[in-house]
Design a protein around this ligand. Structure first.
Ligand SMILES: Cc1cc2nc3c(=O)[nH]c(=O)nc-3n(C[C@H](O)[C@H](O)[C@H](O)COP(=O)(O)OP(=O)(O)OC[C@H]3O[C@@H](n4cnc5c(N)ncnc54)[C@H](O)[C@@H]3O)c2cc1C
Length: 321
């Protein structure tokens, strides 16, 4: 479904300067890759997020919610629909609840939430302090690190489905598994508006110490530079990074993208990489690892703006050169 001129005019009127046309998405992604969105709407609070999404649903417009763009590879041709850039970021910590709770809007930055919680003595989110995504992206993909993940902290998530009133799901309803939720597994009309997270009480200095240990570990083991973090999920009982390294692929480049020599599961945009460079390197790595170890590497990242079938094939590691 294409966006009509009329729909664009209504969006411009509704969202004013927050509605931009044909804007490149690369600067809104951590890999710095991707062509323009037909329409880009920036929402700064929960209400405008609801407004924007309902408009897309009512008018049957293709849409994509973008948080920090840290887990997506956007096609060079961009996205021929409405991209809703979620910047709703209210955070309220309540240390008096038992267990202590944090209310967060879905566009809040995950590491900022962890730091704010730590300052008031709410522990349990230290694992999240180094992840560059939003709460929405983290709840959607069950982001995690250091033996923890979103499923350990989530109490309730507020979800808008179809055109009804928002509903609250508990952690069981999210059907979490490794880096996955029911929303990611079975794509559907559902948007994460806000959430209530839990932690536990601890001395802010102790929390800070643990956070620093994680930050230092990251600095030692992961590269800086434009990337999407881990490209592939770890296969059962192994590590994607270990397999890629053992296949001799560290430092391998295609066009402007390179397999990091520090962590082989990070693909760095080292020199104006295109989405096509990324795809070629993904294919090369999947093929080489399969030939050497008979292991399929499934994408952890998501493809945006790609034809649906090729997205599915890449996601499950079934495309080979
Ligand atoms: C340097 C680096 C390190 C990283 N380290 C880790 C790590 O340790 N652990 C880890 O798990 N990940 C890691 N990541 C990946 C990434 O940060 C996480 O997956 C993060 O949770 C993605 O959030 P986002 O806001 O960037 O999502 P986006 O990339 O913007 O979107 C990802 C998906 O979530 C959907 N989505 C986003 N918001 C909503 C919403 N409100 N409602 C419904 N759907 C939504 C999008 O539509 C899209 O399908 C890393 C990335 C980088 C660049």
């Amino acid at each position: 479904m294409l966006i009509s001129h009329e729909a664009i005019e209504i969006l411009k009127e509704k969202f004013g300067k927050k509605c931009q046309l044909n804007l490149a998405l690369a600067p809104f992604t951590t890999a710095q890759v991707g062509g323009p969105a037909k329409v880009l709407i920036t929402v700064n609070n929960r209400e405008s997020l609801i407004d924007a999404i309902k408009f897309c649903w009512e008018n049957d417009l293709p849409y994509k919610i973008l948080g920090s763009g840290s887990n997506v590879l956007v096609h060079e041709d961009g996205f021929n629909g409405v991209v809703i850039l979620n910047r709703s970021k209210n955070i309220v910590c309540n240390i008096d609840k038992n267990p202590p709770e944090i209310y967060v809007e879905s566009g809040a930055n995950l590491s900022l939430v962890a730091r704010k919680a730590a300052l008031v003595g709410i522990a349990g989110l230290e694992w999240a302090a180094t992840i560059p995504g939003t709460i929405g992206g983290a709840i959607y993909g069950n982001a995690g690190a250091h033996q923890s993940d979103m499923s350990h902290n989530l109490i309730l998530v507020e979800i808008l489905q179809q055109l009804s009133e928002p509903v609250y799901w508990n952690v069981e309803q999210m059907e979490y598994s490794y880096r996955c939720s029911v929303l990611k597994r079975k794509p559907q009309k559902a948007v994460i508006l806000s959430a209530i997270l839990k932690g536990f009480r601890d001395n802010p200095e102790e929390i800070q110490k643990r956070t620093k240990t994680f930050i230092n570990y990251r600095k030692k083991t992961q590269p800086t530079g434009a990337s999407m973090g881990s490209m592939f999920k770890n296969p059962p009982g192994d590590f994607a990074g270990r397999l890629i390294e053992s296949a001799g692929l560290k430092g391998t480049s295609v066009g402007g993208v390179t397999v990091s020599s520090i962590h082989a599961n990070f693909f760095l945009n080292s020199e104006r990489a295109t989405s096509n460079d990324y795809l070629k390197l993904i294919q090369l790595v999947q093929k080489t690892v399969y030939e050497k170890f008979e292991v399929n590497l499934d994408l952890e990242i998501e493809l945006v703006g790609f034809p649906e079938q090729s997205s599915q094939n890449f996601q499950s590691g079934t495309i080979r050169l």
